[in-house]
Design a protein. Structure first.
Length: 227
């Protein structure tokens, strides 16, 4: 297996202007993911960006910026899978043996030490086409205790259980994607135009801290935690 790490960071940000290079506790946001990627030693760390300032700062922290992302892949509506396929195809021009892409989103600056390498090890051992990092869903948000609202404003169980699960101890373990790590086989991604395969496996991160920065409120939470 021959992987590389991709960190996507476009210049435009509607929620938080200049988010990817905004200082979080004195360090550009993107620097956290770059440093974690370099520490993992899972292949080259590549930043895909359309912004020259982001590219320059990324290089200062040790990432490579071998290309500028096309304009059509730098809009707010551009899909992550298209950005990833573009990067994978570009990288394969110089190294055709690359077969695995590890995606680290800069909006997830906190990843416990060692999790990237452990996730890659699980991905390789499991022989699946994709892996996502996940965290346990709190019991009160378990899908077996979730209701959907009908057009008549009535509630209907989200899960069609024949018998309602009333005891917390009987709830099956449930997980949600936390956005910290995605791993995908490049050939699968290009062929199926998907990041998550039918045989996807989850890498559970036990740490209760979940930082995913999409808003100003998220940024304040991140500042408090990082400090």
């Amino acid at each position: 297996m021959k992987p590389f790490i991709l960190i996507p960071a476009r210049g435009g940000s509607q929620g938080i202007p200049g988010k990817n290079i905004k200082l979080l506790n004195g360090k550009p946001l993107i620097a956290y993911s770059i440093e974690q990627g370099l520490q993992a030693k899972c292949g080259p760390v590549i930043v895909s960006t359309d912004d020259s300032e982001i590219a320059a700062i990324s290089r200062e922290f040790g990432a490579q910026t071998p290309f500028i992302r096309p304009v059509e892949l730098s809009t707010s509506t551009a899909k992550s899978v298209d950005v990833m396929i573009h990067a994978a195809q570009w990288m394969r021009q110089s190294d055709r043996q690359l077969d695995t892409l590890i995606l680290l989103q800069p909006t997830s600056p906190y990843r416990p030490s060692g999790v990237i390498g452990k996730a890659l090890e699980l991905f390789e051992k499991s022989k699946v086409k994709s892996l996502v990092s996940v965290r346990k869903v709190p019991d009160h948000f378990n899908p077996h205790w979730v209701f959907l609202q009908t057009n008549e404003n009535k509630l209907t169980p989200a899960m069609n259980d024949e018998v309602f699960i009333s005891r917390r101890q009987d709830l099956p373990l449930s997980y949600h994607r936390d956005g910290a790590i995605y791993i995908v086989n490049i050939d699968y991604m290009i062929t199926h135009h998907r990041i998550i395969s039918e045989d996807v496996i989850g890498y559970a991160i036990d740490s209760p801290e979940l930082i995913n920065i999409d808003s100003a409120a998220d940024w304040k939470i991140a500042e408090t935690y990082i400090r």
